[in-house]
Ligand binder design. Structure first.
Ligand code: HEC
Ligand code: HEC
Length: 226
């Protein structure tokens, strides 16, 4: 081969190598950095997880970022490196790691008030394990209680199902919103729950659409002022 040809081939090879390198670089995602206000330390997790929904409205990305809950290496751009040292895999609230992920005196544990120490309350709850949760359901339906007690639970269950048909099956609400709204209302009569979920105004002294069966000894009749 003539020397000038050799040079031409070498130049061509160089151009091809450079073009390939350039294409590869264009392929690689531009790093996306956020600096959550709670830690003040930049994180690059969103380079690959951009667009992920926030875990909840009370944990906005700008304040929490990802590492506060998940752990991992905030500045790594390689998935294995970034995920090394992450807590709990898909679920940082797994009870084996929950204290490190959700706990801490600034967050959900360490309060002197038992009611506000959410980690302690959850991990020591009978519902903390499936065995406990199942036992809890069995206790209510398994025959240790009188049939009336069980029937009351069943009635409540049927009422909630009917409410779900009214609000979710009809497309007015997502399952998730329905579920969260019920948990937020906590233990109140289903009629009140329905009023809250359907934005009905409540009037002081307004008669509820439910009654205890028969007279309740010592109790004033609701809505009558007697
Ligand atoms: C280079 C891209 C990349 C970066 C950077 C990255 N991830 Fe990921 N992540 C992925 C991919 C891809 C998956 C899904 C496949 C897998 O499990 O590896 C994933 C999965 C996950 C999962 C689910 C794990 C599981 O067991 O299914 C969590 C949680 C997660 N990432 C959190 C983070 C956090 C927190 C950071 C920052 C510290 C981070 N990721 C940085 C690419 C990345
Ligand atoms: C307030 C704590 C918290 C923050 C902040 C948070 N996560 Fe999570 N994340 C969780 C919890 C708890 C779960 C498991 C429950 C769930 O999936 O809803 C989870 C689940 C995940 C999963 C697994 C979803 C699946 O089931 O495949 C990925 C991926 C993930 N988070 C990525 C991120 C990234 C990226 C960020 C930052 C933008 C982030 N998370 C911020 C708490 C958090």
């Amino acid at each position: 081969m003539k020397p000038d040809r050799q040079i031409a081939y070498a130049a061509l090879a160089l151009v091809i190598v450079m073009a390939l390198a350039f294409a590869r670089q264009a392929d690689a995602p531009a790093a996306k950095s956020i600096t959550p206000s709670l830690t003040g330390r930049p994180e690059l997790c969103l380079t690959c997880h951009d667009g992920i929904e926030e875990i909840s409205a009370s944990h906005p990305q700008e304040a929490f970022g990802c590492v506060t809950c998940h752990g991992g290496n905030a500045l790594a751009l390689d998935a294995d490196l970034a995920h090394a040292g992450m807590r709990g895999g898909k679920n940082p609230s797994d009870f084996r790691v929950v204290e490190a992920s959700c706990g801490g005196s600034e967050c959900h544990s360490g309060s002197a008030e038992d009611q506000r120490d959410h980690i302690h309350r959850s991990t020591t709850s009978i519902q903390a394990t499936y065995a406990g949760a199942i036992a809890q359901v069995r206790r209510s339906f398994g025959g240790q209680y009188s049939p009336l007690y069980q029937a009351a639970y069943m009635l409540g269950g049927l009422q909630i199902r009917a409410l779900r048909t009214e609000l979710v099956t009809s497309g007015k609400m997502s399952d998730r919103r329905f579920h969260d709204a019920i948990l937020r209302q906590n233990r109140i009569p289903i009629a009140m729950l329905r009023a809250a979920l359907t934005d009905q105004p409540l009037e002081r002294g307004g008669p509820p659409g439910w009654r205890f069966y028969g007279p309740v000894p010592g109790a004033a009749r609701p809505g009558t002022g007697r």
